[in-house]
Design a protein around this ligand. Structure first.
Ligand SMILES: Cc1cc2nc3c(=O)[nH]c(=O)nc-3n(C[C@H](O)[C@H](O)[C@H](O)COP(=O)(O)OP(=O)(O)OC[C@H]3O[C@@H](n4cnc5c(N)ncnc54)[C@H](O)[C@@H]3O)c2cc1C
Length: 316
């Protein structure tokens, strides 16, 4: 465990945007997290600084001025099989590593996550989902650390209050660190698991602008029931079930004609307009400007207030 100041957060972001963190440390296990927090609290808390838990940095918009506080990256990389069909994974394991480990052990249930970037901790925090699946579907238990008391909390999946891109961990952000998660999987055929995961990865490669730095979909999809009567028919919008009836936000943005709009070094992806891509050393304010334009135009045309899916720390 090493605590350092001035670490450039852009190095820890798939967007390649973000200024320095006042303090930054990487911990390999719960003991190192507690030790690091105790030391940091002695130094930082008199100044009322904040703790931010970082996973793979694939869903965060950092500010250009960085983060005035402590960024803690729990790199807990443990992976083990329990009772034949369960996997216990550390929060710092990449979801892609978890999926490969499941396939190697003939365990099915995570194929929907093929190509999903980020860590187990980040996926549990945001109940990540794709292709009709969500992390909550195969989760048995989550083990976390209470940041105030340093006590260990064990929650069965139903106690994690999962909903669309949400969980108790997101609702209580800053209060707990996810340490490990236990997944309940079913026996499967290795080649079928790998093929299904590969199909999802290829789908992403074809439709998502993976050639440029990005943080995935900027906005949540829009629940179909929130659109005014007649709007769906007037624009010929398709309803998708993911995991409940939604209108893909990419389609709404596309209808506003904003594909390809750029501000500074950031651009609304022409390939997938719910993605903003960093094409030329973008600043976080370039991205924020585009976010505001999209919100305004989509509201003006469809009467819908878009909700951000990303964690926007640009004004921190
Ligand atoms: C190309 C691309 C495609 C994507 N596609 C999808 C998709 O299909 N579906 C989807 O849901 N998301 C998608 N995303 C967004 C992102 O990959 C997911 O949200 C992912 O689960 C974030 O994980 P992370 O480890 O990168 O978390 P980070 O971005 O590092 O953090 C996200 C949040 O999780 C919290 N967090 C992380 N680890 C912990 C921990 N151990 N304890 C407590 N809190 C923690 C952080 O504090 C932060 O608030 C995509 C992103 C990209 C770049």
């Amino acid at each position: 465990m090493a605590r350092v100041g001035g670490v450039e957060l852009k190095k820890f972001s798939s967007f390649k945007i973000g200024g320095p963190a006042d303090n930054f440390f990487i911990a390999k296990n719960a003991e190192e997290i507690i030790e690091g927090l105790k030391e940091s609290r002695r130094m930082l808390f008199p100044l009322k600084k904040t703790v931010f838990v970082l996973g793979g940095g694939t869903n965060i918009l950092w500010g250009d001025r960085g983060f005035k506080g402590l960024v803690l990256k729990p790199e807990i990389k443990t992976l083990e099989i329990i009772d034949g069909n369960k996997i216990k994974a550390g929060a710092g394991v990449n979801v892609s590593e978890l999926l490969s480990f499941a396939a190697e052990n003939d365990l099915s249930g995570l194929e929907w996550s093929g190509g999903l970037p980020g860590t187990v901790g980040g996926a549990v925090f945001g109940n990540a989902g794709a292709f009709g699946g969500e992390i909550k579907d195969c989760l048995k238990e989550v083990i976390s650390l209470d940041l105030k008391t340093y006590g260990i909390i064990r929650r069965a999946a139903p106690e994690c209050e999962f909903s669309y891109r949400n969980s108790i961990f997101r609702k209580n952000r800053g209060e707990e660190i996810i340490l490990e998660a236990v997944f309940n999987l079913s026996p499967g055929e290795r080649s079928e698991i790998s093929d299904a995961a590969m199909r999802n990865m290829r789908y992403r490669e074809e439709r998502q602008p993976l050639e440029h730095p990005n943080i995935g979909s900027i906005f949540k999809n829009v629940p179909a029931e929130t659109l005014a009567p007649g709007v769906i028919e007037r624009y010929g919008l398709n309803i998708k079930t993911d995991p409940f009836p939604v209108i893909p936000t990419a389609r709404l943005i596309s209808e506003t004609g904003l594909r390809g709009l750029s501000f500074g070094g950031a651009m609304i992806s022409p390939k997938h307009p719910n993605f903003i891509v960093n094409v030329l050393d973008a600043s976080s304010s370039d991205v924020v400007n585009l976010i505001e334009v999209v919100k305004r135009e989509v509201h003006g045309k469809f009467g819908v207030r878009l909700e951000e899916e990303i964690l926007n720390l640009s004004r921190f």
